[in-house]
Design a protein around this ligand. Structure first.
Ligand code: F6P
Length: 358
């Protein structure tokens, strides 16, 4: 029997989401199945009528997958178990989502999301007996049980290019250039970018630092090596006193930003050099995907469709040892993946003299 499958993107967008959707649409069509896109994540299943559209191989003829973002739209707010209502109260709206999903008559659902989204979606799927397969995406690369997730490679490429552009201006002005990158509580983007982009110092939430060590490294670089220095700092790095540099939005979500400015200020005072900051922000999410993200997205999309064909649900596709595999979604959620201070890339960075300020 031809199947009807649904697909949605959930949480923050990143590069490669459209490449995943394209792979799913084509792999499903290859089996004679239909793919229905659910719009704006779970928000598309709230209200009277489910918001969906049929996705065709004609639409995904090769152009859409080159684009950043997600053509389905997404949301990273409004937890359906605790949905903020206009009157300030909160409501469990999961039964609305399940009812709307059932109205669509879908055989299975493919969810593209991070650990937070998959935690929510898995609980909804269990409650509504929805047959779900997950695909990991996040620029933060913090999902456990997979070596990498869709969007991470592109974010690192964008951040590395930013360092390439900061280096000449740093050298022209004898400055210390600080690049603040995203990643939430995991320092993967900063670590990879710092190595690939030639940073002198990498600051990540997983390794404590002191201002004295940073200042000493900068003075050493300026005295013995060259007239400028480059620093990459991950957004969730705290001050040496352990204070978070972040704000809360109206939903109470922590929005990081500002640690770069703090470090620049301290360096200007203590190392007596000019320091400038670039906060890369959402630029890391909107670029066309790299070839690696496109390959990963395609391999993940095809595997997800095959899992549905095999009747394997509550599974997430993952990349391990040069292979696409599938694991229990619950295991991926449990195994949060921050940078291990003993990680091979941490040793690599130290091996070429990069300081972590520790
Ligand atoms: O999780 C992805 C991410 O880009 C984080 O690196 C960042 O802290 C956060 O999302 C930003 O969220 P928002 O898009 O809500 O500003």
């Amino acid at each position: 029997m031809p199947k009807k499958i649904g697909i949605l993107t959930s949480g923050g967008d990143c590069a490669g989401l459209n490449a995943v959707i394209r792979a799913v649409v084509h792999a499903a069509a290859h089996k004679g199945w239909e793919t229905h896109g659910i719009l704006d994540g779970t928000a598309g299943l709230l209200g009277e009528t489910p918001q969906t559209r049929l996705l065709t191989t004609e639409e995904f003829n090769g152009n859409v997958m080159r684009m950043g973002g997600t053509i389905l739209g997404t949301t990273n707010k409004g937890d359906p178990f605790h949905y903020p209502m206009p009157d300030g109260s909160h409501k469990d709206r999961t039964s609305e989502i399940i009812d709307n999903y059932n109205k669509l008559g879908l055989d299975a659902l493919i969810s593209i999301g991070g650990d937070g989204s998959h935690d929510i979606l898995r609980r909804i799927a269990q409650q509504g007996s929805i047959k779900m397969v997950g695909i990991p995406k996040t620029i933060d690369n913090d999902i456990g049980e997979t070596e990498t997730s869709v969007g991470y490679d592109t974010a690192v490429m964008v951040a590395t290019e930013a360092l390439d552009r900061l280096q000449p201006t740093a050298a022209s002005h004898d400055r210390v250039m600080i690049l603040e990158v995203m990643g939430r509580d995991a320092g993967h983007i900063a670590l990879s970018t710092g190595i690939a982009g030639g940073a002198d110092i990498i600051l990540i939430p997983e390794i404590d630092y002191s201002m004295e060590n940073i200042v000493a490294t900068i003075k050493k670089v300026k005295k013995e090596e060259r007239n400028f220095a480059l620093i990459v700092v991950s957004e969730a790095v705290k001050t040496p006193q352990g204070e978070k540099v972040a704000a809360k939005n109206s939903e109470g979500k922590t929005l990081y930003g500002g640690i770069g400015a703090y470090i620049a200020d301290e360096i200007s005072k203590k190392a007596e050099v000019e320091a400038r900051v670039t906060v890369l922000g959402h630029v890391q999410r909107g670029s066309p995907p790299t070839y690696r993200d496109r390959l990963l997205a395609t391999a993940f999309g095809v595997k997800a469709v095959n899992l549905i064909d095999e009747g394997k649900f509550d599974r997430m596709v993952a990349w391990k040892n040069r292979e696409v595999v599938d694991i229990a979604i619950a295991d991926a959620i449990k195994a949060y993946h921050a940078v291990d201070p003993d990680d091979t890339l941490v040793h690599t960075a130290r091996g070429i003299g990069i300081s972590f300020g520790d």
